[in-house]
Design a protein around this ligand. Structure first.
Ligand SMILES: Cc1cc2nc3c(=O)[nH]c(=O)nc-3n(C[C@H](O)[C@H](O)[C@H](O)COP(=O)(O)O)c2cc1C
Length: 217
């Protein structure tokens, strides 16, 4: 694909508030976006995220009660996604072991080398002993997933909107009460709406200049 076409898609992307309710993203296209999400990078390959696709209207309207920034998107988006992250990130935790043994197929030696590297990283770089810092560290990675999905969507002619305008603990309660997440272990960091725009934007995209943003040394 020509790079200019990718750039055109990035410029075409806007944060859509109201989607065209008459148009739904095909199963195949949305599955592609989810696979693009799955292949995103993650620190130490821990994939600390989960992607919840909320298609149930009742749950969407309950989320809307605690999401001022997503009112119209929840009502109109073809697909609405909630990103949670796990804070179960001790090297001895079930999640950590699942990644090491079930997913990466490590043997005992590889696991012990991996956890000592991770422990050093935790200490030097991120201080993941703190619960809030764990959510932020894992959450930053979920944002990369959402970013990848949004760019891929724009290349496919699909619209999106990233959403932070919500009360995480209230949305967590909604999902916990409905048996969708375990709010002790899973925390909502960001949400995203996908679909097709109802209207084209009235103004073209405005951004700081290239030279203000980029510097070569
Ligand atoms: C992390 C993040 C959170 C955002 N949260 C919301 C939100 O809650 N509701 C909303 O309508 N737009 C939200 N936006 C969209 C921004 O307002 C929008 O991207 C920005 O104004 C630039 O406009 P553009 O994306 O159309 O170029 C969010 C964007 C980002 C990156």
């Amino acid at each position: 694909m020509e790079s200019s076409k990718i750039l055109d898609s990035a410029i075409w992307r806007i944060a859509v508030k109201t989607f065209d309710t008459g148009r739904k993203i095909s199963k195949t296209d949305f599955a592609t976006l989810l696979d693009i999400a799955r292949y995103s990078p993650s620190s130490f390959g821990l994939e600390p995220w989960k992607i919840i696709v909320v298609q149930d209207e009742k749950i969407r309207s309950k989320i809307a009660e605690c999401a001022t920034g997503a009112q119209r998107q929840l009502e109109t988006a073809s697909h609405f996604v909630v990103f949670t992250v796990t804070t179960d990130l001790e090297p001895t935790s079930d999640y950590f072991k699942h990644i090491c043994f079930d997913i990466k197929k490590m043997n005992a030696d590889a696991y012990s080398e991996f956890i000592s590297k991770f422990a050093a990283f935790q200490k030097e770089k991120t201080d993941l002993t703190d619960f809030r810092k764990r959510i932020d560290w894992a959450g930053k990675q979920a944002y990369i997933v959402l970013g990848n999905m949004m760019l891929a969507a724009s290349i496919m002619g699909i619209d999106s909107c990233p959403i932070e305008g919500f009360f995480p603990s209230l949305v967590e309660s909604v999902l916990h009460e409905n048996g969708i997440i375990d709010s002790k272990k899973e925390h909502i960091v960001v949400m995203g709406a996908f679909g097709y725009r109802q209207n084209d934007p009235e103004h073209s995209k405005i951004r700081r200049s290239f030279d203000e943003v980029v510097c070569f040394i």
